[in-house]
Every structure is written in structure tokens, then in C-alpha cells.
Write a protein that binds this ligand. Structure first.
Ligand code: RIB
Length: 294
């Protein structure tokens, strides 16, 4: 199964704090680490670890060579990743002792994706079973439109939320996968089921909404399936959604029933949150299967 993931490639600067700071407050952090990250990178890696053949695409600056190297070492094809003179995208991530985080993003090279780049990418990967993207890069709408025109199935994780996502043409995404806060912000529906149904009316495909400790739901036409979360002792929740996305989409594309796909993805995400960082914390398939059946 060949998967094309075009998205953000970020340097994650992670600060571990006794608690998240108040407005105007200065706090010392207990620990500072640099990790590989970005929703595009994390989701490409999760898809690869789930068992797909993944081609990662996006843009990095001179400071981001280690991001592509990390993916390449994990077996992801990085030949489509372009280098620019700009700084790579980065995230400032503050994590509290309960594993919750808040984040500041710098787009950098991620915002230099152009229509020409998308055209070249899609013409080189017309045989992909799926194009997956998020909302941290430029040209997302164009990329999805051209992929559908080329007959490639599309999936979108409309994250992080910005006001422009309220009016996004979601019919360009055959599969939508997002968390309940994003679904509520886009649709104005606080109830995740109603939000999922509202989004499904707009994409007329499949919609998956994750709800943290309340589990996840899958919506396709009148069908709505709920699956509980897998309990975990969270150390750092960064990247949990990306892990869920890669594993869930891989399972669905492999023919798993929606409930089974949600269960596999929830298991992978539950393992991911028990370790620090985003990409480095993503479990491989063997570990996920052992947790599922063990
Ligand atoms: O989803 C987690 C990711 O969001 C982080 O790795 C950070 O880089 C931001 O893109």
C-alpha cells in the first residue's frame, strides 16, 4: 500500500514544566529537549510503522536536515522532501506533569509549498492509494483538489484549527480525521456526534472524530460507530492524534471494519502518550498488536 503524506516537518522544542504558565507569568522549565515532529512527519511515520509504504513530502530549511534523515532511517521515502533557504518549521511545546501541552508554531519552510511543487509531487505519485495532508502547510486546498482530479483518494486532518477551516471545501477530502475540539470549532456543534454528521454532510465520505478519554467515533452516511479509548498513564500527549491518524487510516485502507480500525488506532495512541516526544514515541506494529491481543 503506497501512501503519500504531504505536510509539516517541524523541529519540536519541548519544555517540561511544573504546570502550564498563566498569562504574563515567567516559569523555569525542569527539562528541555529537541525532538523531530510536525503533523506531516508524525503521521508519515505512524503510517509507516503501521505497515504502509510511505512517501513523505514537504519542505525543510538547512536546519531541518535531521528531520528527513530521521524519516529515512525509519524506512520512509524522503526523495520528495524539498530543501529551501528558509528556517524549518518549529514548535515550542510546553508540557505539564499530566502530559497535557500547549504549543506555539512557526510555519517557516512548511509555508513555502507552492502549486508547482504540488503538481510535480502528484504527477510523480499518481499510483498512491491515498494522499494524506493536514493544515500546517501552504496550498492545502490546491493539493487536495489536484489529487482528486488525478484520481487519488484524499484524507485530511484539518489541524490546527484556524478560522479559514470553517469554510473549507471539505468535499476535497474523502476522509476527514480530527479531534472533537477541532470538529466543534469548524461546525459550531459542541456534541461530537452532531459535529461528525455535519462534517460528513460536507465531505460526503468518511469522518473520524477523536474524543480523548471518551474514545473516538466513525461516521459514514447514516452509520455512526463509537469506540472507547484505551486507558493510559500519559507522560506527553503530543503526537497522540497523529499516531491515531496513521494507524486508523492504515487499518481502514487494509480492509478493517471501522470499529476494529478505531480500536487499533486507540491502542497505538495509548502507547504513544506513555513516552516523551511525538514521533519518537510512536509504537511499531508489533508492539501495537501485542497490546491488542496480549
Ligand atoms: O501533532 C503534534 C505536532 O503538532 C507536533 O509534533 C508539532 O510539531 C505540531 O506540528
Amino acid at each position: 500500500m503506497k501512501i503519500l503524506v504531504c505536510g509539516s516537518l517541524n523541529i519540536d522544542r519541548v519544555y517540561t514544566l511544573p504546570r502550564l504558565p498563566e498569562r504574563g507569568e515567567t516559569l523555569y522549565c525542569g527539562n528541555y529537549e529537541i525532538h523531530v515532529g510536525g503533523k506531516g512527519l508524525n503521521q508519515a511515520l505512524a503510517f509507516q510503522k503501521a505497515g504502509a509504504r510511505v512517501y513523505a513530502a514537504g519542505k525543510i530549511g538547512p536546519d531541518g536536515a535531521f528531520l528527513a534523515d530521521y524519516l529515512a532511517k525509519a524506512g520512509v521515502d524522503v526523495s520528495a522532501i524539498d530543501r529551501t533557504a528558509a528556517h524549518s518549521g518549529h514548535a515550542v511545546i510546553e508540557v505539564d506533569p499530566a502530559g497535557q501541552n500547549q504549543m506555539v508554531l512557526f510555519g517557516g519552510a512548511n509555508r513555502e509549498i507552492t502549486e508547482d511543487y504540488c503538481d510535480a509531487l502528484l504527477s510523480a505519485h499518481r499510483d498512491a492509494a491515498l494522499l494524506l495532508t493536514q493544515y500546517e502547510t501552504s496550498c492545502v486546498e490546491y493539493l487536495l483538489r489536484r489529487a482528486q482530479e488525478a484520481g487519488i483518494r484524499t484524507a485530511m486532518n484539518p489541524s490546527p484549527f484556524t478560522a479559514a477551516l470553517r469554510d473549507f471545501p471539505y468535499a476535497l477530502a474523502d476522509i476527514l480525521i480530527l479531534n472533537e475540539a477541532e470538529a466543534a470549532a469548524i461546525t459550531g456543534e459542541a456534541d461530537p456526534e452532531k459535529a461528525a454528521r455535519a462534517l460528513q454532510k460536507r465531505n460526503r465520505g468518511e469522518v473520524i472524530v477523536t474524543m480523548g478519554a471518551a474514545g473516538a467515533l466513525f461516521c459514514n452516511g447514516p452509520r455512526l460507530i463509537r469506540e472507547p479509548a484505551v486507558p493510559a498513564e500519559a507522560v506527553d500527549t503530543t503526537g497522540a492524534g497523529d499516531t491515531f491518524t496513521g494507524y486508523c487510516l492504515h487499518a481502514l485502507l487494509s480492509g478493517a471494519a471501522p470499529r476494529e480500525a478505531l480500536r487499533i488506532a486507540a491502542t497505538a495512541a495509548a502507547i504513544e502518550v506513555t513516552r516523551p516526544g511525538a514521533a519518537e514515541a510512536i509504537p511499531d506494529r508489533t508492539e501495537v498488536l501485542a497490546a491488542l491481543h496480549g
